[in-house]
Design a protein around this ligand. Structure first.
Ligand code: GTR
Length: 333
């Protein structure tokens, strides 16, 4: 026979159940693994895609796969403008963005897009990896984008269906630009007719004659096969606009400090990797397009190209904030 009478036993069981329930209420909910979606405009083997994959791998390892990241390469999740909106809404968690399509949303990014700004790659690294990069990252944070690291994107040059040697040759040509007012002004300053188009539409637009040219770095000119339809690459090297590896602020706000540190470190390590791959790819892409029949027109003197950019500087670097950023960039040694 039980030592406890029935009602007493029910009372005890009830108390145990109540205690268990109250414990459950206070115990932290089991941490579910998170699946993060990443956006990349380029193919998986492009330096940026490989950098993003390295980032994802490091974050997975260091969070014991609690944060699992998957990069959707080749613009599978849309073109860059759409991806930026999706990141702001939190439906894309991480991405590699060129700054140009962010110029209109976060005006200080325009300073880094300005033509003939950096003296060399080392100069651009010291600017973006330092206090100026942090200032611009704060403006991006205000629009919902957290910058974790800076990727290289090399120098952008003009490529066209007819040879271009001097600004006068571009006059009236329809040149594709990214969606940015600054890029429209840069192209107008060269005397061209700017045509904003998504990256994914450039090939067919060149092929059908909707545009006469575009502008980009060696790896993009090569990987997109634009060199097959616009065979003249003129080394104007007019902009070295950098890129960011970023995550959505919506995600960032839900991370603890330890997780944030893991993400930052992994992103910076991925940038070191990307920059190394980038330097190699710039050379191999140049070789590939030349082997594929492109004609490289070397610009020996960039003076005339630089001279036509004066109105662009007057318009985009004239507010006190932008003038100050420009001064600090120029003073960065
Ligand atoms: C590439 C850049 C892309 C995109 C593209 C473009 O160099 O990596 O993010 O900005 O240029 O011109 O649209």
């Amino acid at each position: 026979m039980s030592l406890l009478s029935k009602p007493r036993r029910r009372g005890l069981l009830g108390a145990v159940a109540a205690a268990a329930l109250s414990l459950m209420a206070f115990a932290p909910a089991p941490v579910a693994a998170q699946e993060w979606r990443g956006w990349n405009i380029h193919a998986a083997d492009y330096p940026n895609g490989r950098g993003m994959d390295r980032f994802a791998e490091l974050v997975g390892q260091r969070t014991n796969n609690r944060i699992r990241m998957r990069t959707f390469h080749s613009a599978q999740l849309g073109q860059q403008d759409e991806a930026i909106q999706q990141m702001r809404l939190g439906t894309i968690d991480f991405a590699n963005f060129n700054l140009s399509p962010l110029n209109n949303l976060a005006p200080s990014t325009a300073i880094l897009t300005l033509p003939f700004l950096f003296r060399d790659v080392g100069h651009s690294h010291r600017v973006v990896d330092g206090a100026i990069g942090e200032d611009i990252a704060r403006d991006l944070e205000a629009i919902g984008i957290i910058t974790l690291a800076w990727y290289d994107a090399g120098a952008r040059s003009l490529y066209t269906t007819r040879p271009v040697r001097a600004p006068a040759d571009v006059r009236g040509m329809k040149i594709r630009v990214q969606t940015s007012d600054l890029w429209i002004d840069i192209m107008r300053a060269m005397g061209a007719n700017p045509t904003p188009l998504p990256f994914g539409e450039v090939f067919t637009s060149l092929q059908s004659g909707v545009i006469d040219g575009a502008e980009n770095n060696w790896p993009s000119y090569e990987s997109t096969r634009h060199f097959e339809v616009a065979k003249f690459y003129t080394t104007t090297e007019h902009s070295n606009v950098p890129e960011i590896l970023a995550i959505s602020r919506q995600r960032w706000q839900r991370l603890n400090e330890a997780e944030r540190a893991i993400l930052r470190d992994a992103a910076r390590e991925s940038a070191v990797f990307q920059r190394q791959l980038w330097a190699e790819r710039e050379k191999s892409s140049r070789d590939r397009v030349v082997a594929g029949g492109a004609t490289v027109i070397e610009v020996a003197d960039r003076g005339p190209w630089q001279a036509v950019m004066e109105p662009v500087y007057a318009k985009y670097a004239s507010t006190p904030r932008m003038a100050d950023l420009l001064k600090r960039i120029r003073e960065t040694r």
